[in-house]
Design a protein around this ligand. Sequence first.
Ligand code: DC
Length: 225
Amino acid sequence: MKIAIDGPGGAGKSSVAKALAAKLGLVYVDTGALYRSVGLFMRRAGVDTASAAEVSPLLRDVALELRWTEEGQRVILCGEDVSEAIRTPEASMDASAVSAIPEVREFLLGLQRDMADKGNVIMDGRDIGTVIMPDADLKIFLTASPEARAERRFAELRAKGQDCTFEEVLEDIIKRDAQDTGRDIAPAVAADDAVVFDNSGMGLAETVDKIGELVKVATCGEYHE
Ligand code: DC
C-alpha cells in the first residue's frame, strides 16, 4: 500500500501520517526532513539558500541517510543526526528556499523514489501525489486556514521552549505557502485525483479517524459504518 499526504506546513501531515502508519503497519517517510537537511547544510556552509548558483555546486558534499528507530524516522546529514536541529523556524524557511531549486529536487528524487518503490509506505510532503508517488493508492491533500496552522505551530514551538510570537509564526506560514505553491517546479498543489481535506477547527484524533475512513474506502472499495 502507498499513501501520499501532501499539504502546507502546519496542517498536521506528520502527526496524521505517523498515527496512520502505526495503525496500518506502514513505514512513515517525512520528505520535508530531506529538504530541511539540505537547507541546514547550506546555511552552515554560509551560502544564500535561495541561490541556485551557490547551492547547486555544494550538493555533491551532502550525504543524507534516513534511518528508522523506536523514535521513528531519523535523518543523518554527513554522519550527524540532525533530526532536532532541522526543526527551527529558520530551518523551515531555508528548506522552503532550497526546495524551489530544481537541482535540489533532482538530488532528492532518487532517494524518495527508492522508498516509494519499496511500497508499504505513507509519505508526506508537497509533491508526493504529483511527482514522487503518482501511483499512490490514496492521495490526501491536507490543509487548514493559515491562522489555524499558525496556532498549532505556535503551540508546538512554545512547548519546545522556543521564543517567538504568534504574529511571527503566522507571517512565516504565509510566506512559506506563497513560496511553496508559487514555485515553477513541483509546486505544492493537490494532485487531480487527491482528496482535499480541510481540518481547520478539527483535532488530531478526528482528522486521523476521518482519513482512516478514506483509507478503508481506498483499500476496500467501499466503507460500511
Ligand atoms: O513538510 P515540511 O514543513 O517539513 O517541509 C519543509 C519545506 O520543504 C517546505 O516548505 C517545502 C519543502 N518540501 C518540498 O518542497 N517537497 C516535499 N516533498 C517536502 C517538503
